[in-house]
Design a protein around this ligand. Structure first.
Ligand code: DON
Length: 419
């Protein structure tokens, strides 16, 4: 092409582009595309989150192995069919599936909050002198004190009772402080309260926690004369009612550096939240914590009434309610859900979840979808509740916490691996 012809061609093309760009229709399309790209870059969760949630609820529903905790008699009255999942992202969007409004006691899912209360009230140095950050590798209800005379970590009974012992005031004041904090980060703040029946039930059989209190006093972890107060306040705290939605907003607040994403209220200092979430990553799932990090990769904390909260920093909080427990005392379905959501929504905090990689394409071809296929029920454990004796017979290497007399192995999949 002659240079003149080339100039004409470029000029005409430029005119076309200018015309195109000034055309309102084109501008609107361009604006839309840019908006979508920005949203995709900044959004906390994939667009199909509700679809994934509904699918996971249905896939995991049959995986209801395990048993209700019965060492606290009142907990054995729970309806084992209840099952709900709630996600709250750090923009305050809430996604729900199943029984998300059924209240149950928070139990050990209170431990991260108790730890933050102690850190905020007593300061990091004072708490660090009494409560460590190491996984105990032991069941949650054992006396776990390290060789420097500290509770191993705040997320087992020993550490949580130690944190309660470090707070000020009588037991009602300590409980109130906890409840007030929870109300600031709950989905339905006005309905958060203590379940008196569960409190009375646990107080009537608190022998093992009493032994923990004695060990804390002997090792000078809690001040002399505070044993009864610490035990009473801890039991009240464990007996506070929450729903999956309450717990999801609590977890989302932790994922959002201490700011409630729904109310935008500043609740706790970022440094305290970050410390707690980091400890939760390695200690939150008890003696199954290592496998949990590999397979789920989300800081999490469970409770024996069947609640499980997961904190995905910067992205969302997840809560699951299903009362049957696996051998570690974690909700069986909850563990399956956490694994499925971690894979389905790309939430593992230590794994690159790039959607463009060649490996991702191969995975998609293999599974036909981005949602991890939920594990099939293991006929060995399906539709039958096992006693602890059967568990031991099935696996002589499994240590069942003595008080979890009804707690059983999960069906196949992550909880069995974790256990
Ligand atoms: O102290 C106890 O045994 C109960 N109040 C809480 C234990 C618990 O939730 C363990 N978590 N899975």
């Amino acid at each position: 092409m002659q240079p003149d012809a080339l100039h004409v061609c470029i000029l005409s093309l430029t005119c076309d582009i200018v015309q195109l760009v000034s055309c309102q229709h084109f501008q609107a399309k361009l604006f839309n595309a840019m908006e979508k790209a920005m949203k995709a870059l900044t959004q906390k969760l994939p667009e199909n989150v509700q679809e994934v949630l509904d699918q996971v609820l249905e896939d995991v529903r049959p995986l209801d192995g395990g048993a209700l905790a019965d060492y606290i008699p009142e907990l054995a009255k729970a309806d084992p069919s209840k099952f709900g999942i709630c996600i709250c992202d750090t923009d305050g969007n809430i996604y729900k599936a199943g029984d998300v409004n059924v209240p149950a006691t928070i139990q050990s899912a209170s431990k991260p909050l108790l730890y933050m209360l102690a850190l905020a009230e007593r300061g990091v140095d004072a708490v660090d002198k009494k409560v460590g950050e190491e996984p105990s590798g032991r069941p949650f209800n054992e006396i776990s004190i390290d060789n420097t005379n500290r509770a191993c970590n705040p997320l087992i009974n020993t550490g949580a009772i130690a944190c309660t012992g470090l707070l000020a005031g009588d037991s009602d004041k300590r409980y109130k402080q906890f409840e007030d904090l929870c109300k600031k980060v709950a989905y339905r703040p006005d309905e958060v309260h203590m379940d008196e029946a569960v409190y009375a039930s646990e107080m009537s059989c608190n022998h093992d926690n009493r032994k923990i209190v004695d060990a804390l006093l002997e090792n000078d972890i809690i001040p002399e004369g505070t044993g009864d107060v610490a035990l009473d306040a801890y039991t009240q705290v464990c007996s506070m009612n929450v729903t999956a939605c309450d717990l999801a907003v609590m977890a989302a607040t932790m994922a959002n550096n201490g700011v409630n994403p729904c109310t935008k209220d500043y609740i706790l200092p970022e440094a305290i939240v970050n410390k707690m979430v980091t400890v939760m990553m390695s200690c939150g799932m008890y003696n199954g914590a290592g496998k949990w990090i590999v397979e789920v990769g989300i800081p999490a904390k469970s409770g024996v009434a069947g609640m499980l909260m997961c904190v995905v920093p910067g992205r969302c909080g997840i809560a699951i309610y299903s009362p049957k427990l696996d051998v570690n005392g974690n909700t069986t379905r909850g563990v399956h859900v956490a694994k499925a959501l971690s894979q389905g929504l790309g939430l593992h905090v230590l794994q690159n979840d790039s959607k463009d990689g060649a490996k991702d394409e191969q995975d998609k071809k293999k599974t036909g979808s981005k949602v991890a296929p939920a594990p099939k029920p293991n006929p060995k454990f399906e539709k039958k509740d096992h006693t602890a004796i059967e568990v031991r017979a099935a696996d002589p290497t499994t240590r069942v916490p003595p008080r979890l007399s009804g707690v059983c192995p999960a069906t196949d999949g992550v909880s069995e691996v974790i256990g």
